[in-house]
Design a protein around this ligand. Sequence first.
Ligand code: PLP
Length: 361
Amino acid sequence: MMPRPRPEILDIAPYVPGESKLDGNRTIKLSSNEGAFGPPPGAMAAYHAAAADLHRYPDGGTVALREAIGARFGLDPKRIVCGNGSDDLLQQLTLSYCGHGDEVIMSTHGFVYYQIVGQYAGAVVRKAPEPDMRTDVDAMLAQLAPATRVVFVANPNNPTGSMLTGRELARLRAGLPEEVLLVVDAAYAEYVEDIEYEAGARLVDAAANTVMTRTFSKMFGLGGIRVGWCYAPEAIVDVLNRVRGPFNVSLPAQAAAIAAIAEPGWVEAGRAHNTRWRDWLGGQLTALGIKVWPSAGNFILADFASAEGARAADAHLRAHGIIVRGVTGYGLPQALRITIGTEEECRAVATAMAEFAMPSG
Ligand SMILES: *Cc1c(COP(=O)(O)O)cnc(C)c1O
């Protein structure tokens, strides 16, 4: 006999991270939507300076970090909870608000971690169809059932890049019963230029049933050190503070994140670069006859019309030392997700793809 997990645990397909390395000397990693410019210099300095205090426990209340986030984004620090990446918070929220027999709703090509945490909680995960690779508010609402407890929306969504406007998001919230938790995952909020966009704070302020999650892993360039945060109604903050790990953000992570927020011009420069080169790379691929879905994030979804086409393109890019992300696990075997890197990296992708011949058939 051996210890047995709850049966639903073994139905979970483990998360597959973007690959990092190829054989050969030059690898361009565009598989995990990491910031294009490495960590902010001030964050690196703060990380090094934290070394002398590594014997100390971190501040379990992340007070200075929450104050820095609050000041930067105009939010009340008391309603912010930090986590070991936003994945940590997504997991704690799901386990806290749903369990066996309950249901969660996500979109068909929504961020795959929602499925993992939903199953972990013992819930049934319902997926709303996503016509034209875009979260559809009515399709999401059509999945509602008496057992629905949590609804997840990534906005912008990974891997499709699609974005809901603030009005569409508000319409989704208005269509959900008050007791259903809406989790707005705004991991890519810092990249969005569209004035119709609203990351989610307004919905959090409007009622007691919406949470916005954010991360330092993308624009702020700190994916390796794991810092995420959420903005939530007081009662939900209270719940998270009961269940989260008491020291769930490490000491160097807190120091680096505070410094990243203070880095002058970092977000503005990163956003401008991203928009410019996302448009450029999208245009190059489109000119080569490859369909590129509109993206508000730091990546594009290139559609090769068939799984065979996507596999061939992936192999071709790998032969040029470029790793992108296959998204078969998202129900998109015909597509590849390509992170917007530096100018040089974007040019390398375009150059390699210009030499790519689609398999005919
Ligand atoms: C990258 C990403 C996250 C961030 O995860 P962290 O745990 O904060 O690194 C969350 N949601 C989506 C949709 C993402 O793409």
